[in-house]
Design a protein around this ligand. Structure first.
Ligand code: AMP
Ligand code: ZN
Length: 495
């Protein structure tokens, strides 16, 4: 079954056909770096990381561009009010670029903890001012934008006469107009839906650049049009972001591209659903956003305990990216248990050695295992359904555990089936889902543990049980469970 992607534009799942065979261009709207990213933002970035990883797993060469929004970003409908970077810079007595640097580094750190792969290109809005000015100039030249007092507006009504402005979210102009306020005397733009491509800066504005229309700064939407075109071309494969971006930001991006290049920028528009807290969207402005750091340390009044980054990642994977996901302690604790159960089975699976058996002794079990393994790709090809893949993996856990306990012999299934099971578990858990055993991946802890295990083995060999017990008991107090295995071997896990 080929990969099918739900396209917001057609409101349907479509067979994925890239523009250039074997290659995929993907643009995802990145974070606005005037504050820390919250867990809701992380959900969107994890979802696109999985999509990126899966496309690579399918053998595509992917150019993944995710920008950093480090300029402009006004309050209200984002054409008005203060520039948030300037506002925060003033409050914290910092340069705006210090704010940008601080939160960009914080963002990268969180992405790394969550094991998201870095994008291929991470362009910044401030690094692409000339490109944004150029597109704006071209849109004016094409007759779809006008300048008033140093600000350039996109003429939505004119554009809509030729192209359906609300195409992405399937809304008509009349309905859109109904939802916006009447223009007042102080408004300079011509149409209620017109939005700014370039904004005149007040003298006290901290970040401003020269342009053909005077000193100013770019509108938010033009930034993504400029950067996606620069690195992926006028038409590319996938454009993504959170669902909240579809109605305005992405709608305006389509209009800008059409007005400038006479083409819609992307073939597939993908939108992730929101992470909610008690049913309300987690957002910067509502102040209900958990910071990843609060989650990893447990340092928040609503958190019953700390949760590891991989627990958080696993929690996200258990729901399809287009469904809402509600945050709760219970759900995270269930994910913690689920992840451990699955990863333990994976560790067990890795230890099995496939025999010589060409045919399965238990053909029914063999075909059940093969069917479940086949479902991994099948469900991912059905619009990246990670939740269903995990369902199939969990059905395989009792089989693996029964093999470990000798209830089922490993030669009950064909050697090729066992090898495939090992291969697919590794490919999915590590490469596609980007999960890892945090303890086993901590190099320092690993070497210290190896040393302690060696000392304990020697102590045991000398029948020095005082030392051997002390090591085990002290580790238990530190939250590490050291287990004696067959043949004098020892294994350990973090409780
Ligand atoms: P921002 O930094 O606010 O521009 O958001 C960065 C990304 O996170 C955008 O793609 C948003 O759509 C997305 N986002 C914001 N809030 C949430 C949420 N509660 N759940 C999922 N994604 C979100
Ligand atoms: Zn964007």
């Amino acid at each position: 079954m080929p990969l099918r992607i739900y396209n917001t534009l057609s409101r349907d799942k479509e067979i994925f056909t890239p523009i250039t065979e074997g290659h995929v261009g993907m643009y995802v709207c990145g974070p606005t770096v005037y504050s820390d990213v919250h867990l809701g933002n992380c959900r969107t970035f994890i979802s696109f990381d999985i999509i990126y990883r899966y496309l690579r797993y399918l053998g595509y060469k992917v150019r993944y561009v995710r920008n950093i929004t480090d300029a402009g970003h006004l309050e209200g409908d984002r054409d008005e009010g203060d520039d948030k970077f300037s506002k925060i810079a003033r409050l914290q007595k910092l340069e705006p670029m210090e704010i940008v640097q601080k939160y960009t580094l914080g963002f990268h750190h969180v992405m790394q903890l969550l094991n998201n792969l870095p994008p291929s290109i991470e362009p910044t809005a401030t690094g692409h001012i000339s490109e944004q000015i150029e597109i704006t100039r071209q849109i004016i030249a094409n007759g779809y934008a006008y300048e008033i007092n140093g600000t350039v507006y996109f003429d939505v009504e004119k554009y809509n006469k030729e192209q359906p402005y609300g195409i992405l979210t399937n809304r008509r102009m009349e309905d859109l107009l109904e939802g916006t306020r009447e223009l007042g005397g102080q408004d300079e733009k011509r149409g209620r839906l017109d939005f700014a491509l370039w904004i005149k800066a007040k003298p006290e504005h901290l970040m401003q650049w020269p342009s053909p229309w005077g000193m100013g700064f770019p509108g938010w939407h033009i930034e993504c049009s400029a950067m996606s075109e620069k690195y992926l071309g006028k038409k590319f494969d996938i454009h993504g972001g959170g669902m909240d971006l579809a109605a305005t930001h992405h709608t305006n991006e389509i209009a800008q591209s059409q007005a400038c290049y006479h083409t819609s920028p992307a073939n597939y528009w993908m939108h992730t659903n929101m992470l909610t807290v008690n049913g309300t969207r987690m957002s910067k402005s509502l102040g209900n956003g958990f910071l990843p750091e609060e989650l990893f340390t447990g340092n928040h009044p609503l958190l019953e305990k700390a949760y590891a980054p991989m627990t958080v990642r696993f929690f996200m994977l258990q729901t399809h990216y287009r469904s809402t996901l509600d945050f709760s302690n219970e759900a995270l604790q269930a994910s913690e248990k689920g992840f451990k159960r699955l990863w333990d089975a994976y560790e067990v699976l890795k230890q099995f050695t496939a025999g010589e058996n060409k045919a399965a002794n238990d053909t029914e079990l063999d075909s059940k295992v093969n069917k479940l393994i086949g479902e991994f790709d099948e469900f991912m090809n059905d619009d990246f359904n990670t939740a269903k893949v995990l369902g199939s993996m969990f059905e395989l856990v009792p089989v693996i555990n029964s093999m470990k306990d000798g209830i089922i012999k490993t030669d009950a299934i064909a050697a090729t089936t066992l090898a495939l099971l090992q291969l697919k578990f590794k490919a999915y858990l590590e490469d596609v889902f980007g999960l890892k055993n945090e303890a086993a991946n901590n190099k320092t802890l690993n070497s210290v543990m190896n040393l302690l295990i060696e000392i304990r083995k020697e102590a045991k060999a000398k029948r020095d049980f005082v030392t051997s017990d002390m090591i085990r008991n002290q580790l238990a107090l530190a939250g590490i469970n050291l287990k004696d295995e067959k043949g004098g071997e020892m294994s350990w896990e973090i409780n």
